[in-house]
Design a protein around this ligand. Structure first.
Ligand code: SAH
Ligand code: SF4
Length: 338
């Protein structure tokens, strides 16, 4: 039986559990239906999180990566990128600057760069945690359980490791040498060690289906992810996917909205990728379920070199200016930054 949007929408509104088929139906919403979906997600966001938008300052500390993901400009085969690595002291200083600006969470992100041993990173984490009121989030890819444990012991609170796609074949093809099962096991290990975990996916990967996006959402739920980053695919000219289409704005927003309905309590960022795809990306995401923004506060001399994809939103703006711009967006929408 073909499900009607209306009946599934009603189910979602009443907080009933949604099946994969239900989710596919919502993701297929047409322009008119989509409006109702976004409004419901916004309502759900308000009920569970109020008007607060959490700001989390991100520092991209190294663009070296041992992986070769087909979609990413940091992949090791990209020899046109000028690589950089921040010194430990330099990174501690940058994090102190982020705290001084008033941020209560510092997110440390990089390619999978083994120069930063767990011991070296521990030094950075302990320095950031010394004041006792800053949360540290890591986004450094796949490591061993022992390393994750040491980093936790040094004070790391959260870990972002997007599972990227629930389609095991696609995962393997686009992330050579890695597999979905290992990635999901890393997330389970992180949870077991006491981290708050973040997952997420990329919308518009070539070969992706609505069914696999629906499975992504069910994985978020199964993981009981605290944070979920949903961003469109943006092709990078020095990667094998350079001729692929970018992800669709509508489908990214619909995925965000449905994720809000399925995980009412999760923290959902309005992603930089969405702000790169569309000039009003932050506003649009905040209107259909998002409650977090992660301004990119990487020091200016490195910022333009962290090119996961080209023309990343905010990469031309210095930390204070970018934060001011984002605060203006939040305030103009009648929301409150925290
Ligand atoms: N190396 C770590 C963290 C840095 S990459 C990791 O892979 O987990 C951070 C995120 O960038 C990835 O999770 C991926 O979802 C996203 N990303 C990479 N290339 C992208 C592209 N071309 N378009 C959109 N998002 C991309
Ligand atoms: Fe490396 Fe992460 Fe980019 Fe893959 S997505 S190449 S792991 S930085």
């Amino acid at each position: 039986m073909q499900m009607s949007f209306e009946s599934v929408f009603l189910k979602a509104k009443q907080g009933e559990e949604l099946s994969k088929e239900d989710i596919v139906c919502l993701l297929s919403a047409d322009e008119h239906e989509q409006k109702a979906l976004f409004e419901l997600a916004d309502e759900m966001r308000y009920k569970n999180h109020g008007d607060v938008v959490h700001l989390r300052g991100i520092i991209e500390f190294s663009n070296y990566c041992k992986r070769d993901c087909h979609y990413c400009g940091l992949r090791r085969s990209n020899d046109k990128i000028e690589r950089y690595r921040m010194e430990i002291d330099e990174l501690i200083e940058a994090a102190a600057g982020v705290k001084k600006m008033g941020f209560r969470t510092v997110v440390l992100q990089s390619g999978e760069d083994m120069w930063y041993s767990a011991e070296r990173l521990s030094k950075v984490i302990s320095a950031i945690k010394r004041d006792g009121n800053t949360a540290v989030t890591l986004s450094i890819g796949e490591r061993t359980e022992g390393e994750y444990r040491l980093l936790k012991k040094s004070g790391a609170d959260r870990f972002l490791l997007k599972h990227e796609t629930s389609d095991g074949e696609l995962f393997k093809r686009l992330r050579p040498g890695t597999d979905l099962k290992t990635r999901l096991e890393c997330l389970k290990t992180l949870k077991k060690l006491g981290y708050q975990i973040g997952s997420g996916n990329i919308i518009g990967l070539p070969g992706q289906t609505l069914g696999s996006i629906a499975e992504d959402i069910l994985i978020f739920k199964k993981l009981n992810a605290d944070m979920i980053g949903i961003g469109p695919f943006i092709p990078h000219p020095n990667t094998p996917l350079k001729y692929s289409n970018r992800g669709s704005l509508e489908l990214t927003l619909k995925t965000l909205a449905v994720t809000r309905l399925v995980l009412p309590k999760a923290n959902l960022p309005a992603t930089t990728a969405l702000a790169t795809l569309h000039p009003a990306g932050y506003e649009l995401a905040l209107s259909c379920g998002a409650n977090v923004i992660m301004p990119n506060l990487t020091p200016m001399k490195f910022k333009s070199r962290y090119q996961i994809y080209p023309k990343k939103a905010g990469s031309d703006l210095e930390a204070l200016k970018l934060t001011e711009k984002i605060l203006n967006i939040i305030n103009s929408m009648g929301r409150k930054a925290a």
